[in-house]
Design a binder for this molecule. Structure first.
Ligand SMILES: [Zn+2]
Length: 129
């Protein structure tokens, strides 16, 4: 039985048994029951505020989680981008064949000027692209 049910039961006992035959006792019982009912009202209010608070905190936690998730994703994306740029700048190779020794090799066009000679890694001779 909840406190509210117990008080309702008490009220039923008092009213049913007709204990309060004189006005003074009736007032006493009414005040007593009124006090109990006021307490349960306040308890209910506190309980519902607590439920609201818990809901609010849970919402807040969800929000924090999604913010965390978003920032982690951003960090991951930007790392990805940086990695792609490195790849473009440092790992783009073009095939070339040395006219001196006839061997194939790969060179990075980004590190050569357009009219700069290529250096063959096999025989070390410079030649035009
Ligand atoms: Zn060569």
């Amino acid at each position: 039985m909840s406190a509210r049910e117990k008080i309702a039961y008490l009220r039923g006992l008092i009213e049913g048994q007709n204990i309060a035959e004189n006005a003074g006792m009736s007032k006493f019982h009414e005040a007593l029951l009124g006090a109990f009912e006021a307490i349960t009202d306040e308890l209910d209010e506190i309980a519902s505020e607590q439920a609201d608070m818990r809901e609010y905190v849970e919402d807040l936690e969800d929000e924090m989680m999604s913010i965390d998730g978003a920032s982690e994703n951003d960090a991951y994306d930007s790392e990805d981008d940086a990695f792609d740029e490195d790849e473009d700048e440092e790992e783009e190779y073009e095939p070339a064949t040395c006219p001196e020794c006839g061997k194939d090799f790969f060179y990075q066009p980004d590190v050569y000027d357009e009219d700069e000679d290529l250096l063959c890694p096999h025989c070390g001779k410079p030649f035009k692209q």
